[in-house]
Design a protein around this ligand. Structure first.
Ligand code: NAD
Length: 499
């Protein structure tokens, strides 16, 4: 029985009216489990109009009252954690344990945003001039929108929606059409927690819904996370229309392994960060850079052993290390890239192309692949594969290893494994990427710091969550006031100075 999903507009589940649908698969079996409506222009505009109406009242709630809705939301999610994680895992294909993490990292940003009364405090200068005080306040933008990818269907919608609504905006979310059920349930829980209907609307859809969000003058700001070509397009279009935008794209994250690193720790880190979630993480490690031939030989030998022990299984198998990819297209793409790597002359140490899970021949499973002796000229090095494929690029020395991530067009995350503090410090200062891990393979910052890549991994000035999110979702108004003498001396024709 194929379920029919809806949008979530005005506080309730709203059936699609465009007549267009996309299939939502069970990646474990490759069968269709639901269909999701694809909003047309009229439906998206109706969601924006509803959000605009709701925002006026919501912005008048004092920040403490708004925060209470977030706190209540956190309480309501608690008993549903497992069912949400299972729902997420069933549409995405990541393991249930990993889906718990997806939800948890999103909830941490809701916790951060619940501090909004403190975060929104402005600045004040008393007696900037005789009888003159100056203060600045952070005003909400109005209607803002978020367009999110398939690979973190709980975390990324929450990273965007929670700070946006806490600041007094209304938020229109356009989640990925591949796994839309969790965002819908989260929106419903917000309303159950007391969020006025319309402050958080979910519009399912694809390009047409996104184009409408970009075109509509009522949408003041867009946050996007997804692949780089679309991130660049959304950023350029939003900017051309005078909208604020922060758009995060793809990645090719390197992990440098110095000769002094603890090799067991490095191998564990590489296997988890390279193959966890079948490599479908923007912070996955896809390039390992051992420094020196001896380190490289030892690392590749150990990786080979560890990969042979990996358990690939159904996403709801508690013993699985990773599950299937999200779609048939993703599986075909991964296999194609492994073919390309072979043609380009990289050494395929482990070949995951022919993996099948018995009884699940239609599922979107890819085995783990490992390439050695990859060169920076190869496409498998330059392009994002977004699957369980790890490339080893051997570096002769530290300087060469440092150059690789620094010169790569993507600049999301990078990790260095070493026991030497001086190397770590030098690397941190000089490497040209947005997020750095020292003996930490996936350096996703905590909620009260900010997340963002550099170069082709991020377009815009401000990062996600943390203090930047409050800056992104508000604009500063600066007020200069004089009481009580006013201007009774008469008009002044020179620019005011405080002298
Ligand atoms: P995607 O670019 O295919 O889709 C992202 C969103 O854009 C979805 O909501 C989708 O419906 C929409 N979209 C798709 N085609 C569009 C078009 N032509 N015009 C307008 N909107 C369109 O990305 P994905 O496959 O869902 O996610 C994987 C990608 O996201 C990877 O490249 C990954 O690295 C990246 N990602 C980046 C970060 C980060 O923080 N930098 C985080 C997670 C994922």
């Amino acid at each position: 029985m194929v379920r029919e999903l809806t949008h979530f507009i005005g506080g309730k589940r709203t059936p699609g009216t465009s007549g267009l649908f996309a299939d939502v698969y069970d990646p474990n079996t490759g069968t269709v489990q639901a269909r999701v409506p694809l909003a047309g222009r009229a439906e998206t505009e109706a969601a924006i109009a509803d959000a605009e109406e709701a925002q006026r009242g919501w912005a008048d709630w004092n920040p403490q009252r708004r925060a209470r809705v977030l706190l209540k939301f956190l309480q309501l999610v608690e008993p549903e954690r497992d069912s949400l994680a299972r729902l997420l895992s069933a549409e995405h294909g990541k393991t249930v344990a990993d889906a718990h993490g997806d939800l948890q990292r999103g909830l941490e940003v809701v916790e951060f945003a619940a501090g909004i009364p403190h975060l929104l405090k402005g600045e004040f200068t008393e007696s900037a001039g005789t009888g003159i005080d100056v203060h600045s306040l952070r005003a909400p933008l109005g209607v803002v929108a978020g367009i999110t990818p398939f690979n973190f269907p709980a975390m990324i919608p929450l990273w965007k929606a929670a700070p946006a609504i806490a600041c007094g905006n209304s938020f229109v979310l356009k989640p990925s059409e591949r796994d839309p059920s969790v965002p819908l349930r989260l929106a419903e829980l917000f309303v159950e927690a007391g969020l006025p209907p319309g402050v958080l609307n979910v519009v399912n859809g694809g390009k047409e819904a996104v184009d409408t969000l970009l075109d509509d003058p009522r949408v003041q700001a867009l946050g996007f996370v997804g692949s780089t070509p679309i991130a660049a397009h959304v950023y350029a279009t939003a900017a051309a229309r005078g909208k604020r935008a922060q758009c995060f794209g793809g990645a090719k994250n390197h992990m440098i392994v110095m000769p002094d690193a603890d090799l067991d720790q490095a191998v564990d880190a590489l296997v988890g960060a390279g193959y966890g979630s079948a490599g479908e993480r923007c912070m996955a490690i896809s390039v390992a850079v051992p420094v020196g031939e001896e380190t490289a030989d030892a690392l590749v030998a150990r990786l080979k052993e560890r990969i042979a022990e990996l358990r690939i299984g159904r996403s709801d198998d508690p013993d699985a290390d990773f599950g299937p990819l999200v779609s048939r297209d993703a599986l075909d793409r991964v296999r194609r890239y492994v073919d390309i790597g072979v043609t380009e002359g990289a050494e395929l140490v482990v070949d995951g192309r022919d993996f099948t899970l018995p009884g699940h021949e239609g599922g979107f499973f890819a085995g783990a692949s490992l390439f050695d002796r990859v060169s920076p000229r190869m496409r498998i090095y330059r392009e994002e594969i977004f699957g369980p494929v790890l490339c080893v690029v051997r570096a002769a020395d530290y300087e060469e290893a440092l150059r690789l991530p620094s010169e790569h067009p993507y600049g999301n995350g990078v990790a260095l494994f070493t026991r030497d503090g001086d190397t770590a410090r030098d690397f941190t200062r000089r490497v040209n990427t947005g997020m750095v891990g020292i003996n930490v393979p996936i350096p996703v910052p905590v909620a009260y710091h900010t997340f963002g890549g550099w170069k082709r991994s991020g377009f815009g000035d401000l990062n996600q969550h943390g203090p930047d999110s409050v800056r992104f979702y508000t604009r500063t108004k600066t007020v200069t006031s004089r009481w009580p003498s006013g201007v009774k001396e008469g008009a002044s024709f020179t620019i005011p100075t405080m002298g």
